[in-house]
Design a protein around this ligand. Structure first.
Ligand code: GLN
Length: 269
């Protein structure tokens, strides 16, 4: 029975904080069913084999999102590969703030370090007339972002291209510049659980964690017109350091995430 399969499998996932939930999600995936439909179905032998191969992967620590190759964000589905960070619920706060603060009818947006494209694509989905350029240094991430524009039906209003923000400028003409850049201090990165499976260059923000913010603050100010918005995700302890980098902007506000940590900074030129 499904219940027995799940309880046996979740007992195998000793290192997971959410063993039963993980087992349910992976069984549903192996059976090609929704989580809710699990109890009305029995897995075939073939499906069970696939399920146990997923459980083995999860046992070795691979996050569920990488095993499935996808993650939900803003109620949308994003495909992932080893070159993309797993979209985080806290990043939804950034997207929600940009939607709330947007005052343009048809904003021209650029998402820097787009990864899976989760931020820029969500903005294109929820701001009806927005156009969004999705940029990343990683070709593997760009491929995923492109796929995700199609999956979410915004390929007509989005463009994916390569940009190394540390060495290249931002073209003028954008109303909103948004980014969740790498922001972990280099020394801290190897101590994090996530560093074993997630792409290091999506996490490593240089020795003080601020390398990307320093560059983006300058380039975004130069590129934006008056009234333009720069919106960034930040680490829980980076609010004041990043605010100091945004002195040229006329208005700067910091917002908290679901865990009550500083997570989003919005600057208006
Ligand atoms: N923009 C992507 C995300 O928020 C990737 C961020 C990154 O690679 N630092 O998930």
């Amino acid at each position: 029975m499904v219940r027995d399969i799940l309880s046996r499998a979740s007992a195998m996932l000793k290192n997971s904080d959410t063993p039963l939930l993980d087992a349910r999600i992976l069984l549903a995936k192996a059976m090609g069913k929704s989580d809710a439909a699990l109890i009305f179905n029995e897995p075939s032998e073939k499906e069970l084999k696939v399920f146990y191969s997923y459980i083995e992967k999860r046992k070795s620590g691979i996050p569920v999102a990488y095993i499935l190759g996808e993650k939900e964000f803003m109620g949308l589905t994003f495909k992932l590969n080893q070159d993309t960070l797993i979209p985080r619920p806290d990043t939804e706060c950034l997207v929600e703030k940009v939607i709330e603060k947007n005052s343009f009818d048809s904003p021209k947006i650029i998402d820097l370090c787009t990864g899976s494209g989760c931020i820029g694509i969500s903005l294109a989905v929820f701001i009806k007339n927005a156009t969004c350029d999705l940029t990343d240094i990683s070709v593997g991430a760009m491929e995923m972002a492109k796929k995700n524009t199609e999956l979410n039906g915004v390929q007509c209003r989005t463009k994916v291209f390569k940009k190394d923000i540390l060495t290249e400028e931002i073209e003028k003409g954008y109303d909103i510049i948004v980014s969740n850049p790498p922001y972990i201090e280099s020394d801290i990165v190897p101590t994090l659980d996530v560093s074993e499976f997630e792409p290091l260059r999506a996490l490593d923000g240089g020795s003080d964690g601020l390398s990307f913010y320093k560059v983006i603050a300058k380039k975004a100010y130069a590129a934006l017109d008056e009234g333009g918005m720069l919106a960034l995700e930040i680490g829980y302890n980076q609010g004041e350091s990043v605010r100091n980098l945004l002195n040229d902007f006329s208005e700067v506000q910091i917002f908290k995430d679901y865990g009550d940590n500083d997570r989003v900074i919005i600057a208006i030129k």
